[in-house]
Design a protein. Structure first.
Length: 436
């Protein structure tokens, strides 16, 4: 028996209503941006210290078949990270979707101008906004955050009360109440890696694959370490091996049905003279000579407890002036130093680089592609470098990073990628809202 017109209409309406229920859009708002509830797992990876030339080299050598597939079938581009091109500000931008002026983490280290105390920026109390993983977890999503070094975990897992959160560095200490998982090394099938090793990053990626298999989180953030990039330039055998092994894990994540989203916190450059020796401006020493001892204080925000591969030398420092020292003469003095790319005051650093003005000095100084800036030689121990060149980051030359998705973009997002300045902190938005 054929259905009457009325019955057909009712049937169609029911279908439409059911369809609308299934496709109902749940939007999670985080820091002024709305993110779609994922229909398949989204795994975002921050490849610490991945300058574009590592990927270009590896693709040309044909050693990253999964990346080549993402490039062909998904989305492959470059984006700008945030300045200073350091680990903490960029990781926090990626997980919050906003620049440092929004989240407050201006470096690994800062000077509290109220108290004069130098403060590590690992404390989540310094964070001024929510993270995307925490907001999704709060709305009931399954979330996992895995970092290589433990220093980042507190910030990245801020307000993450459920879900999986741990560092590879301390994976052996995980407990169900504290980390949402236990017995991690045996689950991953790897011994606990050394903190200065490429294995620390492999551990994070393999843990990500295992968690995707067993827990199938809606959202996962995997943050690696730049041990290899600090030591070995693109084209070396060590770098090739590292990228080849990472590629294999990205392939497993994609095969398990995840949208794989790749970016980096910063790039990496040789900071050397033509003879291979480190090219350093010891800024405090020069300022003391020019303006008298105690007139300035130089803070190196790259400083952290893991200094072996850069001796706390990066291409961004911030300078505090005392004794009513005038700004302009100091700016002009610094600007004339060879290897200095930019000198900006507090206002400029906010407007141009979107840094929180209360967490930088009176002046911020950026070194060029081959120059790092320090305080004075006695504060920087470079003996751990051995025979290897000093490779570091922090400036504009290390701002360009990959921005890669394993799946293609919708028309609207493909157009945005063409017309807007892509930032690494757009990664979750593009992966959640823009992939098909
Ligand atoms: Zn980094």
């Amino acid at each position: 028996m054929t259905k009457g017109r009325g019955e057909v209409r009712l049937f169609m309406n029911r279908r439409r209503i059911a369809g609308a229920m299934e496709n109902r859009e749940i939007l999670i708002e985080v820091n002024g941006r709305r993110y779609r509830w994922p229909s398949r797992p989204v795994v975002a990876v921050c490849i610490d210290g991945c300058s574009p030339d590592y990927l270009e080299n590896a693709l040309a050598a044909g050693i990253m078949p999964n990346l080549a597939a993402f490039k062909k079938e998904g989305f492959f581009s470059w984006a700008d990270g945030v300045i200073p091109s350091f680990t903490n500000p960029n990781n926090l931008s990626i997980v919050t979707g906003v620049p440092p002026s929004g989240h407050g983490i201006s470096g690994n280290y800062y000077l509290d101008s109220q108290t004069g105390a130098e403060i590590m920026m690992n404390d989540p109390r310094l964070l001024r906004c929510e993270t995307i993983p925490a907001k999704f977890a709060g709305a009931g999503a399954r979330v996992a955050v895995v970092t290589a070094k433990d220093k980042l975990l507190g910030l990245l897992s801020h307000h993450l009360f459920t879900g999986i959160r741990f560092s590879a560095e301390r994976a052996d200490r995980c407990t169900l109440p504290g980390n949402g998982i236990e017995g991690v090394p045996s689950r991953v099938g790897m011994d606990l890696p050394q903190v200065y090793s490429p294995e620390l990053s492999y551990f994070v990626l393999r843990a990500g694959v295992k968690i995707l298999e067993t827990h199938r989180p809606h959202l996962m953030y995997l943050s690696l370490t730049d041990f290899i990039q600090h030591k070995y330039s693109p084209g070396t055998a060590q770098a090739a091996e590292f990228y080849r092994l990472m590629d294999a894990e990205w392939g497993k994540l994609a095969d398990l049905g995840a949208v794989v989203a790749l970016t980096a916190d910063h790039g990496m450059n040789d900071k050397t003279n033509p003879d291979g020796s480190p090219r350093v401006i010891y800024l405090l020493e020069l300022l003391d000579l020019e303006f008298g001892g105690g007139a300035c204080r130089v803070i190196c925000p790259i400083t952290d407890p893991y200094v072996a591969h850069h001796g706390s030398l990066g291409s961004f420092v911030t300078v505090f002036l005392f004794n009513r020292l005038a700004l302009v003469p100091v700016m002009n003095f610094i600007r004339r130093l060879r290897g200095v790319e930019r000198v900006v005051d507090r206002q400029q650093v906010f407007f141009e680089f979107e840094l929180p003005p209360d967490r930088v000095g009176d002046l911020s100084v950026l070194g060029d592609a081959s120059t790092v800036i320090g305080t004075s030689p006695r504060d920087h121990d470079l003996s751990a470098l051995g025979h290897l060149p000093l490779r570091s980051h922090g400036g504009l030359a290390e701002q360009k990073v990959p921005f890669i998705l394993s799946r293609p973009l919708s028309g609207a997002y493909a157009r945005r990628a063409q017309t807007e300045r892509l930032r690494n902190f757009h990664l979750f938005e593009f992966a959640l809202n823009g992939t098909m």
